[in-house]
Write a protein that binds this ligand. Structure first.
Ligand code: FDA
Length: 503
């Protein structure tokens, strides 16, 4: 078979992959990005690139015949999920024992489906998680660089106080304030000027039309519009889509050899391709990168990989829950899908929690306050390689999720008690489930910085092999993670381009 050769290959086009691609391209290094998802730039027969959450079609999920939204039910009714045709849709839900992980698929990775919250972690907690990283340099150089490149902005506070679209957030804030808790505005990459025009009726609605987890047709500065557009603009970067890397090995001259399956939109493998490169960057996300390296170590393809590959994985303590407000505390029939506020109780050393005030846009008043709680759950899990299925199995237990639930419950029991309110039990599928503890939006770890790699993401045991994505983060960062992932990738690329690629 013919082998395609490029000086540099990047696997995956999420945050870590996009930063690597841009900085390599700017350095004049010809770079090939391999992405298993599709490019989301072509309108379907309805004139839209992405489908809506209320009427999901094949574009919604990665090779499913029925959608699997995080909120399974409403009033215990199976009204949320819909039958669809199998297709390389934009949102995937990867199932392991006791835990499922939502991830984005396509050019832009998670940026296509996420809530856009761009949060800088508390510096003291960052330092706790990354003791070998110079925090001063991160907070002075790489976090600001990431915020500016990603187009981070903040909702206008005056508009926030008056618009019907954020009544749900104001109602949740009131309940937090009644409890003596601190709330804080959360920056986002969604263009708030565009959102105000949506509200005014002068721009096509996206965040104000329920769009988010299956993609935003307008308003969101996803990576295809920021880092990846600039990467392509260098003229040095090519992105191949619908190509899933299966195997990485090393040739005797030290170059890397890759095998990738190219699929069609039915999922059929239409070609198995061979690639070769000098520099290899792994940006396939916590699950993707960890699986590739674990497989390489366990099959003997890259036997010198560190024993810590596959360890240090966590959910960022994610738990979702809903509260029922009093009849007079309405949340409004109209909710923006873009969260802009959080309850910040991270400084409470007994029970640190940062809870995003999440929307539940149904178009009807439902009195529900929804939250995605990020708890300081210290539990970590390990992946093992299963030769029978050639895949990584996650050793996460229900007891490990229970730790997140008990932390979230401690905080929200206080909020319920101060407001004489109760939990909602109708949202997560079974009859009495108040806490969704079986999924995460924030898979982190598996190839932890300073353990599986050196302190710059250089993989231990092999030269010219790098990790730039969420697998570097040791299971928890206390806030929504993509800004941290982006900033760390910027730091890695600065170092690697200065030290490793000089010819
Ligand atoms: P990411 O997952 O973004 O990208 C990996 C890419 O690699 C994907 O495109 C994937 O298809 C591709 N890939 C994987 N394996 C491959 C293979 N073998 N071959 C080829 N390609 C492969 N975070 C935040 O900070 N604020 C927020 O508001 C939210 N909200 C949110 C909502 C939802 C619904 C989700 C699912 C997630 C969030 N997140 C979030 C999390 C955030 O999106 C996530 O942390 C980042 O996307 C992770 O970035 P990475 O670069 O690690 O991988």
């Amino acid at each position: 078979d013919a082998v395609d050769t490029a000086p540099a290959i990047v696997i995956g086009s999420g945050y870590g992959g996009a930063v690597a691609a841009l900085r390599l391209g700017q350095a004049g290094i010809r770079t090939l990005v391999l992405e298993m998802g599709r490019l989301w730039n072509t309108p379907g027969s309805d004139g839209k690139v992405f489908c809506s959450t209320s009427a999901p079609d094949q574009r919604s999920m990665w090779f499913r015949t029925r959608t699997e939204a995080p909120l399974a039910t409403f009033l215990w009714l199976d009204v949320v999920n819909k039958n669809i045709t199998a297709y390389p849709g934009v949102l995937d839900r990867v199932h392991f024992d006791n835990m499922s992980v939502f991830v984005g698929r396509g050019v832009g990775g998670g940026s296509l489906v996420n809530g856009g919250m761009a949060v800088t972690p508390l510096q003291s907690y960052f330092s706790e998680q990354f003791p070998t990283v110079d925090a001063g340099e991160m907070y002075n150089t790489y976090f600001p660089r990431a915020r500016s490149m990603l187009g981070v902005n903040t909702v206008d506070p005056t508009w926030f106080e008056s618009t019907e679209w954020y009544r749900f957030a104001r109602t949740s804030r009131k309940a937090a304030t009644n409890t003596g808790l601190k709330t804080t505005f959360v920056p986002n990459v969604y263009d708030f000027d565009y959102m105000q025009r949506e509200a005014a009726g002068t721009a096509t609605k996206s965040a104000l039309a329920g769009e988010v987890i299956y993609g935003n047709n307008y308003g969101k500065r996803s990576l295809d519009k920021t880092y990846l557009a600039s990467a392509l603009g260098t003229g040095k970067v090519t992105i191949n889509t619908l190509e899933r890397v299966k195997e990485i090995r090393r040739a005797s001259d030290g170059s890397y050899l890759l095998t990738a399956d190219r699929i069609d939109t039915t999922g059929k493998v239409v070609e198995t391709k061979q690639y070769s490169c000098t520099y290899l960057f792994l940006g396939a996300g916590s699950l993707g990168t960890t699986e590739l390296l674990l497989r390489a170590r366990e099959t003997g393809a890259l036997p010198a990989l560190d024993a810590s590959v596959g360890t240090g994985w966590g959910t960022n303590g994610n738990v979702m829950l809903g509260r029922a407000n009093h009849l007079w505390d309405t949340v409004g029939a109209n909710e923006s899908t873009i969260p802009v506020m959080g309850i910040d109780d991270w400084a409470n050393t007994d029970n640190p929690v940062f809870a995003e005030i999440a929307p539940l846009p149904t178009g009807l008043e439902h009195w529900v306050s929804l939250y995605l709680a990020i708890t300081k759950n210290p539990e970590r899990a390990t992946f093992s390689y299963d030769p029978a299925t050639d895949s990584a199995k996650l050793g996460w237990s229900a007891a490990q999720s229970a730790v997140s639930v008990s932390m979230a419950k401690k905080l929200f029991d206080r909020i319920n008690s101060a407001n004489s309110t109760i939990y909602r039990y109708d949202l997560f599928g079974s009859t009495s489930k108040a806490f969704a503890d079986d999924f995460t939006y924030h898979p982190l770890g598996g190839c932890v910085l300073g353990k599986a790699t050196d302190t710059y993401g250089r993989v231990k045991g092999y030269s010219k092999l790098y990790v730039t994505d969420g697998s570097l983060v040791p299971g928890s960062i206390g806030v929504n993670p993509f800004l941290t992932i982006t900033a760390l990738a910027e730091r890695t690329m600065t170092r690697v381009l200065a030290e490793d690629t000089a010819s």
